[in-house]
Design a protein around this ligand. Structure first.
Ligand code: F6P
Length: 321
């Protein structure tokens, strides 16, 4: 029985350990594993190769994805999905594991509806913004990259009695910024999910500076589009020399943490076991919720917008005003 794996959308640490586990576990289960390169684009172009152990040897510690990734516009068109289906048919592949975000899952659900190719999605995005799962692969590594950078920036800020504005990724979701602000001891945290009060923050920070504070750390989510505004506010209103660092794609790379390697392993085992089971699938995503692995439908994942838990949002209460 043939089974394929692809990585789609924004890459993240944890994808390589997942690819390795996919190949190893497929062999354990007497399956024929196939590697689909370049995401959905590679599916269309037939960039598919039967996996050998040597393809995945020594990649468990690598960031990024050996299979590469893409954001495919062509896959929205039936004629390209047809082409993709024919590529899979030629190789006898009728089961897929896809690592990516909800957009990638939606694309494969359409593919399933068109041609009945079974698949299980594994949530993999540093944004941690997929409804139905508490955890997406790559988040822990991204948080640790942010922590490393923020600790370093704080060192130099303290040497100069400066403020630093650290901008994180996350698209429209403030999860990365919120958790980073809370765990790096930031004074300010600006995320799309929370209102903030600069006047009240100014008053508080000015008093602290007067009393001897040596630096200010402000963590800002890219989705608020407010980095420049905050630099100006810190310099003009709070009265402290300020530098901004946009962490950008450093957050998407780096060696996967132990947690991401372990989660990659678990996600893949659950995905393959489900694809081998007789239950009806209809496009499923393996999620990690309340400490357990579960399966939900693509429709469920797409039914609501992800929301950060209230208890986590409360961690920012002193950092917004
Ligand atoms: O979805 C992952 C993500 O890294 C977002 O946080 C970010 O907004 C976006 O992708 C960046 O995309 P690109 O790599 O195409 O610039």
């Amino acid at each position: 029985m043939a089974i394929g794996i692809l990585t789609s959308g924004g890459d993240c640490a944890g994808m390589n350990p997942a690819i390795k586990k996919f190949v190893d576990y497929s062999f354990d289960k007497a399956l024929k594993p196939y590697l689909i390169y370049d995401g959905l684009e590679g599916l269309i172009d037939g960039n598919i190769k039967e996996a050998k152990h040597s393809d995945v040897a020594g990649i468990i510690h690598e960031g990024g994805t050996r299979l590469r990734s893409s954001r495919s516009k062509r896959f929205f068109e039936l004629k390209y999905r047809q082409q993709a289906y024919e590529n899979l048919q030629k190789l006898g592949i009728n089961r897929l594991v896809i690592l990516g975000g909800d957009g990638s899952f939606r694309a494969l659900k359409q593919f399933y509806d068109d041609f009945g190719v079974d698949f299980v999605g594994i949530p993999a995005t540093i944004d941690n913004d997929i409804f139905g799962t508490d955890y997406c692969l790559g988040v822990d590594t991204a948080l640790n990259m942010i922590r490393y950078a923020t600790d370093a920036i704080r060192d130099t800020s303290a040497s100069f009695k400066r403020a630093c504005v650290v901008e994180t990724m996350g698209r429209n979701c403030g999860y990365l910024a919120l958790v980073s602000a809370a765990t790096c001891g930031a004074e300010v945290c600006i995320i799309p999910e929370l209102e903030y009060d600069l006047a009240s923050l100014s008053k508080k920070l000015k008093k602290q500076l007067h009393e001897g504070r040596k630096y200010i750390v402000a963590v800002v989510a890219e989705g608020t589009n407010s980095t420049k505004k905050l630099v100006k506010w810190l310099e003009k209103d709070v009265g402290i020399e300020t530098r901004a660092t946009i962490l950008g794609h450093t957050q998407r790379g780096g060696n996967p943490t132990v947690y991401d390697r372990l989660m990659a392993t678990e996600f893949v085992i659950h995905a393959i076991d489900k694809l081998l089971s007789k239950e009806s699938k209809d496009g499923l995503v393996v999620v990690y919720r309340d400490g357990e692995f579960k399966f939900v439908t693509i429709d469920y994942v797409n039914s609501q917008k992800f929301q950060i838990k209230k208890e986590l949002l409360e961690l920012a209460s002193k950092m917004v005003g």
